[in-house]
Design a protein around this ligand. Structure first.
Ligand SMILES: *Cc1c(COP(=O)(O)O)cnc(C)c1O
Length: 356
């Protein structure tokens, strides 16, 4: 791995106490090119803009996948990643589906740790603050022909993020548009999945909803995901989340919350949840809470679920009664090294004496 450090850090230009999500990138990036059937020497180098041919296939055919993860700093400035192996495994599942090469796990983990170490002063101190990490792969062979690229770039960039307090959201059960189809790419973090969600999300926003609760195509009678999060519903004292399929992205947060719930003796069911069952329970007032789960906010509570023009309000639940909040706290205590790592999820990022 070649490491070239920047001579000047831009960090003094950044107000780490007042961050907006993703506005400032850290000083360095990880970079590795794929050519003639193999990955070339991986590099960490000062962040810079890319120079690509306008014919690069990513611009035309959207051959691009990404990941989202975070590095956390504890009270003693020690730095931790959370289940990073899961992210590279998922990135490689996404890549395979988009006919892109897999990236070696060991090089990913080494490059990631070194990058986060070198930019560790970019990780804001404080509970809930973190360095958001964006690994991604794009196809950059310059050719207009609509066939798979044979050249790719794998990169990792980082951005400091503040403690993002999520206001309870208003979500709308989508009845027209779909995010994923059977046999499609819903289980991947393919860039195009997000592009195609922007328009239905804007329409929902215009109807005063924050996010779309995606349902299956073409019948729209089963719940899938909410926005870019996995969805959880508490009906009575059972937590229900749609079972994974090729239409649902298997979130690291989702998986971790399920494991924590069983440890906390909260019953979780991973199963099909029909719109009819959800709406019937909303009508009866039996849905005690509902939330989205993802790396950015861990748990994002919902307050309104809209269905065919009718808005169902979820009850206000006391903090100490909320499953969502309880699981979020347990998860964050592990991420920020405030509790024992019972499940072996943390990865400590050691300080190297870095080469320049
Ligand atoms: C990234 C993502 C999630 C959440 O995954 P995490 O690993 O928990 O961050 C859920 N749904 C979609 C569609 C996503 O893109």
């Amino acid at each position: 791995m070649l490491i070239k450090k920047s001579l000047h850090s831009r960090i003094s230009d950044v107000d780490l106490k007042n961050l907006s999500f993703g506005a400032e990138l850290s000083d360095h990036m990880f970079y590795c090119a794929y050519r003639k059937g193999s990955w070339q020497t991986p590099k960490i180098r000062p962040l810079e803009s890319l120079s690509l041919s306008p014919a690069a296939s990513v611009f035309h055919y959207g051959q691009a996948v990404f990941e989202g993860m975070k590095a956390y700093k504890d009270e003693n400035d020690e730095v931790f990643l959370f289940r990073p192996q899961d992210n590279i495994k998922r990135l490689n599942r996404s890549a395979e589906r988009l006919n892109m090469p897999s990236f070696p796990e060991d090089i990913f983990l080494e490059g990631l740790s070194k990058l986060v170490d070198i930019d560790r002063h970019w990780i804001p101190q404080g509970y809930g603050h973190a360095l958001y990490i964006r690994p991604f792969m794009i196809a950059n062979e310059p050719k207009i022909l609509a066939s798979s690229s044979r050249e790719f770039l794998f990169m990792i960039i980082c951005t400091p993020v503040g403690a993002y307090y999520s206001q309870p959201l208003r979500i709308k059960i989508e009845q027209e548009y779909s995010r994923a189809t059977q046999g499609g790419v819903g289980f991947t973090k393919a860039a195009g999945n997000y592009a195609s969600a922007f328009y239905p999300t804007r329409l929902a926003n215009e109807q005063s909803y924050d996010q779309v609760l995606w349902t299956n195509s073409p019948t729209h009678d089963r719940i899938e995901e909410s926005g870019t999060m996995n969805a959880f519903f508490r009906i009575g004292d059972q937590l229900i989340t749609p079972a994974l399929s090729d239409k649902i992205l298997g979130g690291v947060t989702r998986k971790s919350l399920i494991e924590l719930a069983s440890h906390e003796r909260i019953e979780v069911q991973e199963r099909e949840l029909t719109v009819a069952e959800l709406v019937e329970n909303l009508e009866k007032g039996l849905v005690k809470e509902a939330f989205g789960a993802g790396t950015a906010v861990v748990v994002c509570p919902y307050k309104i679920i809209g269905y065919q023009g009718k808005d169902f309000s979820l009850p206000q639940i006391a903090d100490d009664q909320s499953f969502g909040l309880r699981l979020k706290n347990r998860l964050m205590e592990i991420q920020y090294n405030r509790s024992e790592d019972l499940f072996g999820w943390r990865k400590h990022v050691r300080s190297y004496v870095a080469v320049s």
